[in-house]
Design a protein around this ligand. Structure first.
Ligand SMILES: C[S@@+](CC[C@H](N)C(=O)[O-])C[C@H]1O[C@@H](n2cnc3c(N)ncnc32)[C@H](O)[C@@H]1O
Length: 332
């Protein structure tokens, strides 16, 4: 009886693991551009030859692809990429594949070190150099949803000068600067290569400047009407978060607005993705836990800001946009 239960449970775990195959297969396809390679219906041998990849391993990837519907078998050992709407686009286009890259190269390996970290009471080190580009790119996936909320702030408030701290590739700045040509935008980004991407992306816009640097060392020579802090809080140690809110308030003009986008950690009722995301941040000595909703309110109030809006950006990820205003009567 015990053996039957054992086998039953093992089968259950195997079945539960099947969805992982879809992500793994899509990740490999994205990383090596294999979905493009099989676009026209070709043999694995042709692709191995053209892309200079290991043929026996490619055959295995093809077999998995056929079994999960990512590839369709044709006659004469040829295979063709399945429905492209389900699959990541090639790297040089705006592709969802970068999220697979982040999950497979960063999240899953970190989560797998939990037993070792727990035994040894250690943490991993987040290699900013190695992962900065991927992380900045994945953050941009939110732009399409979050941008209208930020654009509304520019429209509703008299917004001349905008600062984006930790601007990543400058995606928000680029789109906003195109839409609001009479406003000026400044971005600060600590990673060299990410800052370069942001500079290239916004090179044609006269109303944008991107500075490579650490926002903790930034000494503004002016005040801002709007400050953006998007997907940054988990880079800041909890003990420094109040200080940052205080500092940003000082950098705002009277009636200026602080706009924060962040995933929020919740209780046991919050979606599983948030718990996994927070577990991932906890695995690094140099990344920090997600904030709680109450803390976001507290930091704002303590910095003498009035919170005037909170909206859900992505429900499953518990991502929120929160806006605060510095009112004239509340300075100092
Ligand atoms: C998760 S990305 C978010 C990028 C962008 N704000 C967005 O939402 O698309 C965080 C970015 O903040 C940058 N960053 C982290 N700490 C920083 C600091 N102290 N000064 C400037 N940039 C920083 C990282 O290099 C990274 O590119």
């Amino acid at each position: 009886m015990i053996d039957v239960m054992k086998m039953f449970k093992a089968r259950l775990w195997m079945k539960r693991n099947v969805p992982f195959l879809y992500s793994w297969h899509a990740y490999v396809g994205y990383e090596l551009d294999l979905f493009k390679a099989f676009e026209r219906g070709v043999t694995a041998a042709d692709v191995a030859d053209a892309y200079q990849v290991d043929e026996p391993l490619l055959n295995q990837w093809v077999n998995v692809g056929v079994s999960i519907g990512h590839l369709k078998p044709l006659s004469r050992n040829r295979y063709k990429t399945g429905p492209m709407w389900k699959l990541p686009r090639p790297k040089d286009e705006s592709s969802s594949g970068v999220i697979l890259k982040e999950m497979m190269e960063l999240h899953i390996p970190s989560l797998l070190t939990y037993p070792e970290m727990m035994r040894k009471k250690t943490r991993n080190h987040f290699d900013e150099e190695k992962h900065a580009d991927t992380v900045a790119q994945t953050s941009r996936l939110l732009e399409v949803i979050a941008l209208p909320k930020i654009a509304k702030l520019l429209k509703d408030h008299d917004t001349q000068d905008v600062l984006d701290i930790g601007c990543g590739e400058g995606g928000y700045i680029k789109r906003l600067a195109e839409r609001f040509p009479n406003s000026s935008f400044k971005g600060i980004e600590v990673s060299d290569s990410v800052a370069k991407t942001a500079q290239n992306l916004t090179a044609s816009l006269d109303n944008v400047s991107i500075e490579q640097g650490d926002f903790w060392e930034y000494e503004p020579t002016q005040k801002y009407d709007l400050i953006l802090m998007n997907n940054i809080i988990h880079y800041i140690p909890p003990v420094k978060r109040q200080e940052l809110f205080d500092r940003l308030t000082e950098w705002l003009n009277d009636d200026g607005v602080l706009s924060v986008i962040t995933p929020i950690s919740g209780g046991q009722e919050s979606p599983p993705f948030v718990a996994a995301f927070n577990s991932f941040f906890h695995s690094f000595e140099n990344l920090h836990p997600l904030p709680q909703k109450e803390q976001l309110e507290e930091w704002g109030t303590e910095a003498k800001l009035t919170s005037f809006g909170i909206q859900t950006v992505i429900k499953e990820g518990s991502w929120y946009a929160v806006q605060y205003k510095k009112t004239s009567s509340q300075q100092d």
